[in-house]
Design a protein around this ligand. Structure first.
Ligand code: SF4
Length: 137
């Protein structure tokens, strides 16, 4: 396989993209639910409305999180998973797809945080990635 020079034009011809990555460090005073809400608000503001899952799905999820923040009940898990799946598979670009992935992971991995958020409790500590000390140190 030929090597592709790392510039935008050549990568574009090869139907490839350069990725990006970042790490966000939060202390235990921050709820992961608030971070997801912030992200959903961002997607709402930036959505181009070219496809339906992104603006409608993220609005629905934002409403759900706001409702839970006021002590309301979350919809059935199956409904949330279906919204997440639709966002991931039906969105035309990464913005909507990532919103689906974020939703899926929030419900899969942070049920304790969702419950605490719903009950107005202080955010729980999110266990750090085991490798972070190595990175920071
Ligand atoms: S997923 Fe992308 S294309 Fe679809 S509405 Fe959102 S920003 Fe637009």
């Amino acid at each position: 396989m030929d090597e592709i020079p790392p510039d935008w034009d050549e990568l574009g011809k090869a139907a490839s993209v350069l990725g990006s990555a970042g790490k966000v460090f939060l202390d235990d005073s921050v709820s992961v639910v608030d971070i997801v809400k912030y992200f959903m608000e961002y997607v709402q503001a930036e959505s181009c409305a070219e496809c339906r899952p992104c603006p409608i799905g993220t609005k629905y999820l934002l409403d759900v999180l706001n409702l839970m923040g006021n002590g309301g009940e979350a919809p059935n898990d199956a409904v949330i998973q279906e919204v997440a799946r639709t966002l991931k598979q039906g969105s035309k670009c990464g913005l909507g797809r990532v919103a689906g992935l974020v939703t899926e992971k929030l419900w899969q991995r942070f049920q304790d945080e969702l419950k605490a958020y719903q009950e107005g409790q202080r955010p729980k500590t999110v266990a750090p990635n085991p490798g972070w000390q190595t990175i920071v140190g």
